[in-house]
Write a protein that binds this ligand. Structure first.
Ligand SMILES: [Zn+2]
Ligand SMILES: [Zn+2]
Length: 198
């Protein structure tokens, strides 16, 4: 991880824009680091199990170093803003659940009201920008308790990413990871070729 840039900056660069969801993810990542005593160069030991695929996950990827490519980001498609952060070195796991519509104060409410409309006049546009700033300020500074409920949990550690043999698909000739190769009477096929052959 880059240590000379703040977690917030890192997350914004990675995600490509700043939004409330990303900021909530930044707070969740910081909460996890604080509770589990994680160091910023420890990312190989950290695993994140995420139950949503929205903006906040990009904050976890960039700040905690839990990424799809490294295999230490596990996506469970439950549609819940819940993150379980596991530290392999200490064997501890923290489950962080974002509160349903964490109220985010008056700014949050007004932000949602204005966001839902698409007929804003100039004054309202300016107001939206204003409450957006207030909301960002609120999310980045309020106590964690206003955003999340968290507790330590027992979690089975997922196995470390393993390297598989590459086989060759008999139809397209491209390589395919052994556990994904399909053995048919006509030989080895990759999934897309197998689907086409049916
Ligand atoms: Zn976003
Ligand atoms: Zn193929």
């Amino acid at each position: 991880m880059y240590k000379d840039i703040s977690p917030l900056e890192l997350a914004i660069q990675f995600h490509g824009h700043i939004c409330p969801g990303l900021l909530m993810g930044v707070r969740a990542a910081e909460l996890a680091m604080e509770q589990l005593n994680l160091k910023r160069d420890q990312d190989e030991d950290v695993v994140a199990i995420v139950e949503t695929d929205s903006c906040g996950v990009d904050a976890l990827q960039s700040i905690l170093g839990c990424t799809f490519g490294k295999g230490n980001l596990i996506f469970r498609d439950y549609g819940k803003t819940v993150y379980t952060i596991i530290d392999r070195s200490s064997n501890r796991a923290l489950r962080i659940a974002q509160m349903k519509r964490a109220s985010m104060g008056a700014a949050g409410q007004r932000y949602r009201e204005l966001k839902e409309r698409n007929d804003l006049n100039q004054n309202e546009q300016a107001e939206l920008e204003q409450v957006r700033q207030e909301l960002f300020q609120y999310i980045t500074t309020c106590p964690y308790e206003e955003l999340f409920a968290w507790n330590e949990v027992e979690t089975e550690l997922p196995p470390r990413a393993s390297i598989h043999k590459t086989l060759t698909c008999g139809k397209c000739g491209e390589g395919v990871m052994e556990p994904r190769a399909i053995k048919t009477v006509e030989g080895i096929l990759c999934q897309p070729c197998f689907d086409l052959a049916r």
